[in-house]
Design a protein around this ligand. Structure first.
Ligand code: 13P
Length: 249
């Protein structure tokens, strides 16, 4: 199978030119494993600056974009602009976009299609809320969100799926390795049944939600956990430990 381990740092709306520049420079000096793909995602105003500051082997992702190349859409940015700033990935469908900013599945699907058509890699996020988990609807919610993404993907080699249970994001409540593995495995089965075996075997499914240096190793040991999307801990020195989660220390 050989899915390359993938670790993304989602810096969300945090930091300053100074602090993020220092963070980017420190990643360049860190001992990062060759067999792990690393992507960091600064606020979009810093995309060019972080691209210029980072070592080339670390890629840069934007945190959101709109669904068309240009036009009268005040406050929005397009994949073409993101690429123009040297970034090569985009995070779409993040729970904060869905639940704080009310982005619909339909809009997220349109963004996925446009970002892929423009040549960006897409980190597409799915995940259930606490009440949905407690109501036993986790699979229904996750599969419905995955369906909309899948309907808008032609080339799966440019897509990473991120399972981020909303109840685990920023709460300090990491999903247990068993909880993460259970959903990742079911997502892979869903992909096999609905897209195809080759895609199911090759697509990276990464986990996000309160991943820390303390929780990353056991999670990384699960068969269907192919990496992480890290929020808070990606702003700290422990991010390097998370990138090294699969290395023998
Ligand atoms: P935390 O790691 O801060 O819980 O955030 C996870 C996340 O939302 C990554 O996209």
């Amino acid at each position: 199978m050989g899915r390359k381990f993938f670790v993304g740092g989602n810096w969300k709306m945090n930091g300053s030119k100074k602090t993020l520049g220092e963070l980017a420079a420190s990643l360049g000096k860190a001992n990062l494993p060759e067999d792990t793909e690393v992507v960091v995602s600064p606020p979009f105003i810093y995309l060019s600056y972080i691209r210029d500051t980072l070592v080339s082997k670390i890629a840069v992702a934007a945190q959101n974009c709109y669904k068309v190349p240009s036009g009268a859409f005040t406050g929005e940015i397009s994949p073409a602009m993101i690429k123009d700033c040297g970034a090569s990935w985009i995070i779409l469908g993040h729970s904060e976009r869905r639940h704080v900013f009310g982005e619909s599945d339909e809009l997220i699907g349109q963004k996925v299609a446009h970002a892929l058509a423009e040549g960006l890699g897409v980190i597409a996020c799915v995940g259930e809320k606490l009440d949905e988990r407690e109501a036993g609807s986790t699979e229904k919610v996750v599969f419905a969100q995955t369906r909309v993404i899948a309907d808008n993907v032609k080339d799966w080699s440019k897509v990473v799926l991120a399972y981020e249970p909303v109840w685990a994001i920023g709460t300090g409540k990491t999903a247990s390795p068993q909880q993460a593995q259970e959903i990742h495995e079911k997502m892979r089965h869903w992909l096999k049944d609905n897209v195809g075996k080759e895609v199911a075997d090759s697509v990276r499914i990464i986990y996000g939600g309160s991943v820390t240096a303390a929780t990353c190793r056991e999670l990384a040991g699960m068969a269907d956990v192919d990496g992480f999307l890290v929020g808070g801990a990606s702003l700290k020195p422990e991010f390097v430990h998370i990138i090294r989660a699969r290395q023998k220390e």
